[in-house]
Design a protein around this ligand. Sequence first.
Ligand code: SAM
Length: 292
Amino acid sequence: NLPEIASPTRTRAIMETYGLTFKKSLGQNFLTDINVLKKIVAAAEVSEADDVIEIGPGIGALTEQLAKSAHQVLALEIDDRLLPVLKETLAPYPNVEVIHQDILKANLKELIAEHFDGQHRLKIVANLPYYITTPIIMHLLATELAFDQIVVMMQKEVANRLAAQPGSKDYGSLSIGVQYEMDCQVAFIVPKTVFVPQPKVDSAIISLTKKKAKEYQPQDERFFHQLVRGAFMHRRKSLWNNLQGLYGKQAEVKEKLSQALAQVEIEPSVRAERLTIADFVRLADCLLATGV
Ligand code: SAM
C-alpha cells in the first residue's frame, strides 16, 4: 500500500531510488500536492467516458490521478530517463500507456487512432513544461482533431493572456487564436510552493472547451489569422499603422484599407486590442473582398 506518487515522501523516494535530478531545460517542476492534482482532474471532469492524453507525465503524479478516473490515458514523455520510472510507478494502472515522444513532433491524429478506440471523448490534461507552453497550445489547436476539452497548467501570466478580453493589456493574437475555437476559462491559481523544484512564478489551470457550434466563420481562415497577427505586431501602434506594415504603404493599398475600415465602421486610429474577434472576422472578410 504505497502512498500516492505525488506525495512529497514518495516523490523524494522515487527520485532517490532512480538517482534522478530535475532537468530545468525540460521544464521539470513536479507537483507534490494531491489536492491540486485532484482539482485538475475535477476541472477536466474526467470520467470513464474519456480518453485522455497527458503531456509530460514526469514520474507519474498526475497520470496516476487521471488513471483512476479515465477510460484510457496516453502519456507522452520526452525524457528517456523517466520511462523506466514510469513503468514501475504506473504498473498498477493497466489503462495507462506511456510513450517516448516530443509533443511538438507528435502526430496526434495517428497516435489517437493507434491508441484509442474512438468511442470516447477526447481530452488533454497536463502540467505543461513551461518553456514551450505557447508552442504546445498552438500545436494542439493546429491539430484538426476535436479535443472536447483541454485542461492544462501553465504560468499564470500566459493563462491570463489566453483568457484575456478586448481592452485588457493581456489581450492579443494568442487570446484570439485560442478563443476563436475554444471557450476559455482560468479555473484556479496554483501557488509556486506546491512544486519541486519551485518555479519562479505562480501557475494557473486553464480550461479550454470546444465551442458547441462554430461561432466565427471568416471566408479565409489563413487570411484572418494573418490579419490578427499583423494587427498586433506593434501593440502600441494604431491599427492603421499595423495594417500598412502588413499589406504595404502604396496609395492603392491605403485606399483599399480605408475602404474596408469604413465599411466595417472601425476607426483607423484604434489599437488592435480594442477589437473583438467578430470585428476581426468582419474586417478580414472586407479586406479580402478588396483584394488587398
Ligand atoms: N506531470 C508531472 C507533474 O505534474 O508533476 C510533470 C510535469 S513537468 C512541469 C513537465 C514534464 O514535461 C516533464 O516531465 C518533462 O520532462 C516533460 N517534457 C518537457 N518537454 C517535453 C516535450 N517536448 N514533449 C513531451 N514531454 C516534455
